[in-house]
Design a protein around this ligand. Structure first.
Ligand code: XUL
Length: 527
């Protein structure tokens, strides 16, 4: 039976998902998670990272990711017929950078199977600690880069996002500025995704456009490195960057290290991608018109699009999609955290919260809330503070409805730029278990909502990408619809349809909510 392997090298753990694809039979045959802090205590991470005292600099040891890959291959050898694995791909936390020293390219293919991988990787690092997406220490670099390319609008138009502290470009600039000698001795600056693929293939791997768009360095339209962005970042950068290649590019055969040590066959190593692009595939979002809403610690809305549109609020990101074309992603900081704050403020449990939603009318009699319990990403709000309109803070039921309606309306407003027409929302994350919350999203979007059981959509997406790429390379192409079928189907009986009367209520209310939001933002800017 042909098997396909997908990894997810995330902030806190490494996950492996093995799938079997045979005609109409599609099965997840094995899944395993290694939590970094528990499995590799000697690296001294907490939640997978090392935080500086100021809290702004956040890094992780790249050798730990290599150690995890080595350990995971041993686990796979014990549980799976690894010789039957035809192709391997992966997903990784976005934005993190790995710096390999001069000569690393040749050493990558010459690792000794008798020695652990991490001790062989450590001497190849020209910077042992990799900055990761939680780092916020590069505001000065962002300011410089933004000015050098001609402003925030231009940076977003060129690269798909305005300059962000966590994005790789600003991190590279900081390194080149503070450690010029180590920067000069750097042969290749990988992202976590291309670093892991390089370890598997035993040679420098390319980047896919999905992960490369998290750097503020790639021209989002041509999917090639943008000279003006590279010049704004660091001197002599281009030869240090991996090439950007199509998302289903075969990097090469699995290196002899893995084959000798664990008994793998000559599996194809497929270019890795970022975790958000991989989740797009792992949630079955391959048709424009479908959107994913992830209702977790933060709420996220993302989906595919054909052209690289731009967010007028400068809050969203445009990434390349691993299924070709583009994807957009918008993140809201006041997600579950804000729902829980309201629930707790009125002394409710989730059943009580739902009962209040059912006891109140769609549109809340005009009562509205801006739920900015913490600083908000979308729209950008730097000073937190909850605002209410026609809403008595003592009225528990109407405050419960107001928070969920606000979240759904904000999500609709700030996804219109990339998804004007939505057919289906695919809901995932903790709060997707609540049908009363999902009904409000269905009514605000005027779209069906289906639930996808929480699973590791990023590593599953990577395994599906391995399957798709293997078929393409074997000249037996499969469509994306076919590739995801049987793996990403919504939960049976989970479809929630919009209610016509409520859809009309929200269509009328949305401009009012938009005006409320924009007036409050104006206040915070001028005040
Ligand atoms: C996306 C981002 C995070 C990381 C998490 O821009 O910073 O979602 O990819 O792994």
């Amino acid at each position: 039976m042909p098997l396909y392997l997908g990894f997810d090298s995330s902030t806190q753990s490494l996950t492996a998902t093995v799938i079997e694809v045979e005609a109409a039979r599609r099965t997840i045959v094995f899944e395993h998670v290694l939590v970094f802090d528990e499995a590799f205590p000697s690296f001294g991470t907490s939640h997978g990272v090392v935080r500086s005292e100021d809290g702004a600099t956040v890094t992780a040891p790249a050798a730990m990711w290599a150690a995890a890959l080595d350990r995971m291959m041993g686990v796979l050898q014990r549980h799976v017929d690894v010789a039957a694995i035809r192709a391997i791909s992966g997903s990784a936390q976005q934005h993190g950078t790995v710096y390999l020293t001069l000569g690393a390219g040749t050493t990558l293919g010459a690792f000794e199977p008798g020695e652990p991988l991490d001790t062989q990787v450590a001497p190849l690092l020209s910077r042992s600690q990799s900055p990761v997406w939680l780092d916020s220490s590069t505001t000065a670099e962002c300011t410089h880069m933004t000015a050098a390319v001609g402003g925030a609008e231009e940076m977003a138009r060129l690269t798909g996002s305005r300059a962000y502290e966590r994005f790789s470009g600003a991190q590279i600039r900081k390194f080149a500025k503070h450690e010029p000698a180590a920067y000069a001795h750097t042969e290749r600056i990988h992202l976590v995704s291309s670093f892991m693929a390089s370890l598997l293939a035993g040679r420098h791997a390319p980047l896919d456009p999905g992960d490369a768009s998290g750097m503020n360095l790639m021209d989002i339209t041509t999917k090639t490195w943008a000279p003006q962005a590279m010049d704004a970042t660091a001197p002599g950068l281009e030869p240090k960057l991996p090439p950007v290649r199509g998302p289903w590019t075969v990097v090469g055969e699995l290196a002899s290290y893995w084959r000798q040590k664990y008994g793998f066959g000559p599996a194809r190593v497929i270019t890795w991608s970022g975790d958000n692009p991989s989740s797009l595939v792992g949630l079955g979002l391959v048709e424009p018109g479908d959107l994913a809403i992830s209702l977790g610690t933060s709420d996220t809305v993302f989906g595919p699009m054909t052209h690289p549109a731009h967010d007028p609020a400068h809050a969203g990101h445009v990434f390349g999609s691993p299924a070709g074309g583009y994807m957009a992603l918008t993140c809201f900081a006041n997600g579950s955290l804000a729902r829980e704050r309201v629930r707790d403020e009125y002394g409710l449990d989730w059943n009580g919260f739902s009962a209040r939603l059912r006891a109140t009318e769609p549109g809340n009699g005009g009562g509205m809330m801006l739920p900015w319990f913490v600083a908000e990403i979308t729209p950008p709000v730097f000073q937190p503070g909850v605002r209410r309109r026609r809403l008595d803070p003592a009225d528990a039921a109407r405050n419960v409805r107001a928070i969920v309606e606000a979240q759904a309306m904000a999500m609709r407003l700030h996804s219109r730029w990339f998804a004007p027409d939505v057919k289906t929302l695919r809901a995932t994350g903790g709060a997707a278990a609540n049908a009363d919350i999902l009904q409000i999203f269905a009514n605000v979007f005027g779209a069906d909502v289906v639930r996808i059981t929480p699973r590791n959509s990023a590593s599953l997406g990577a395994a599906i990408r391995a399957y798709h790429a293997d078929r393409m390379a074997s000249h037996e192409p499969v469509t994306w619809e076919d590739a995801v079928a049987g793996f990403t189907d919504p939960d049976a009986g989970s479809r929630i349809q919009p209610d016509r009367t409520s859809v009309a209520v929200y269509a009328a209310l949305l401009p009012e909510y938009e005006a409320f939001e924009s007036a409050a933002r104006h206040e915070q800017v001028s005040g």
